[in-house]
Design a protein around this ligand. Structure first.
Ligand SMILES: NC(=O)c1ccc[n+]([C@@H]2O[C@H](COP(=O)([O-])OP(=O)(O)OC[C@H]3O[C@@H](n4cnc5c(N)ncnc54)[C@H](OP(=O)(O)O)[C@@H]3O)[C@@H](O)[C@H]2O)c1
Length: 326
């Protein structure tokens, strides 16, 4: 069972919180700041009439000052896998833009360390220990999130994913199940669980962390690619299915980003050179180069973007044949 941690890291606005505070104590702080900065529901501003066309749907953001279009003040976010790599950068990006964030990971001491650092930086972040590949732990996590955010959630970042590299004929049934449970079943179910909360927020945004492996063939990554391809299609389906609830759904698809997940494979110098040679920008990506796009997709400024899968790949996925030394 996942354990909700002491919810530290809430920054100056919650300075009365103690390290031993339970999740139940948290919503009071969050409610105070969250509701004060709620964006008006898009539904209330979306329809206009003209004499020539019977109905034209307007773009709500045109009526908003840039201070609200480019801010996440008052928004609530769940980011899975926020203690390292891309998820860690996403937590900081969203919190830096004013969101109150809940995150999760399996390693409790690493999570506690991150929460302490974020508190020192003044970010409003809480966390739970949770293995998102387990159904009951996902359910427990969402109960906590609902309690922490008082029943509504603006942003769901389905970030956790893992990899097993090997030729497809060598995959055991257990390895196949593990990859699909962690990479796809988890995000499918998390989205289902989050739906009522996203809907209740009046303006929801789901962002999936996909991969270029969902677009192009990568060596030893046939199962990983299939999980990410499934995510890409789910992104499009949710965009249509949940549009009526003003919930957007998008995905980011990175190529090699310098994180703990790819440390080992990139420690091979020859392999790294191959990676550089296939990447027009000639380098690896940084987690912050993914988190900036994720944040944009959550901002009111991107309110007309839904159902998109955007590569963050230094040009790798559009590279046909451009020899490096010509
Ligand atoms: N790095 C790349 O080059 C790259 C490229 C394309 C796509 N991606 C995608 O980007 C996402 C993040 O990758 P990353 O490179 O940032 O990974 P990472 O550095 O390994 O970080 C993974 C994070 O997720 C947590 N996590 C892993 N498994 C979990 C589970 N079952 N339940 C809960 N938390 C879990 C980890 O903490 P614990 O270990 O404590 O649980 C950690 O906080 C993945 O979906 C990956 O497929 C990465």
């Amino acid at each position: 069972m996942p354990r909700s941690l002491s919810l530290v890291g809430l920054g100056p606005a919650a300075s009365t919180s103690s390290a031993s505070q339970s999740p139940v104590g948290l919503p009071l702080n969050l409610r105070a700041s969250g509701n004060a900065h709620r964006f008006p529901s898009l539904k209330s501003t979306s329809v206009r009439f003209s004499p020539t066309l019977c109905s034209i749907k307007s773009v709500p953001n045109q009526e908003r000052p840039s201070s609200t279009r480019w801010s996440l003040n008052g928004k609530t976010a769940l980011v899975t896998g926020g203690t390292r790599g891309i998820g860690h950068a996403i937590v900081e990006e969203l919190a830096g833009l004013g969101a109150t964030v809940h995150t999760c990971a399996r390693n409790e001491s690493e999570l506690n360390m991150c929460l302490r650092d974020w508190e020192d930086e003044g970010f409003r972040v809480s966390g739970s220990v949770c293995d998102v590949s387990c159904r009951d732990q996902r359910e427990e996590l969402m109960v906590t999130v609902s309690s922490v955010f008082n029943g509504d959630l603006n942003i769901l970042i389905n970030n956790v994913g893992t990899n097993i590299r090997k030729p497809m004929v060598d995959f055991t049934a257990g390895e196949f199940d593990k990859l699909f449970a962690t990479n796809f079943e988890s995000v499918f179910h998390m989205s289902q669980l989050a739906y009522p909360l996203l809907k209740a927020s009046g303006a929801g945004s789901v962002v999936f962390t996909s991969s270029v492996s969902g677009f192009v063939s990568l060596k030893s990554m046939s199962v990983h690619g299939a999980t990410k391809g499934a995510i890409n299609q789910l992104t499009k389906n949710l965009a249509c299915e949940w549009a009526k609830d003003n919930i957007r759904s998008n995905a980011v698809a990175p190529w090699y980003i310098r994180t703990s997940m790819v440390e080992q494979v990139l420690s091979n110098k020859e392999y790294l050179e191959e990676v550089y040679s296939r990447t027009p920008l000639g380098r690896l990506g940084d987690p912050t180069e993914v988190s900036s796009l994720v944040a944009f997709l959550c901002l009111p400024a991107s309110s007309y973007i839904t159902g998109q899968i955007i590569c963050v790949d230094g040009g790798m996925s559009i590279n046909g044949f451009y020899p490096r030394h010509d």
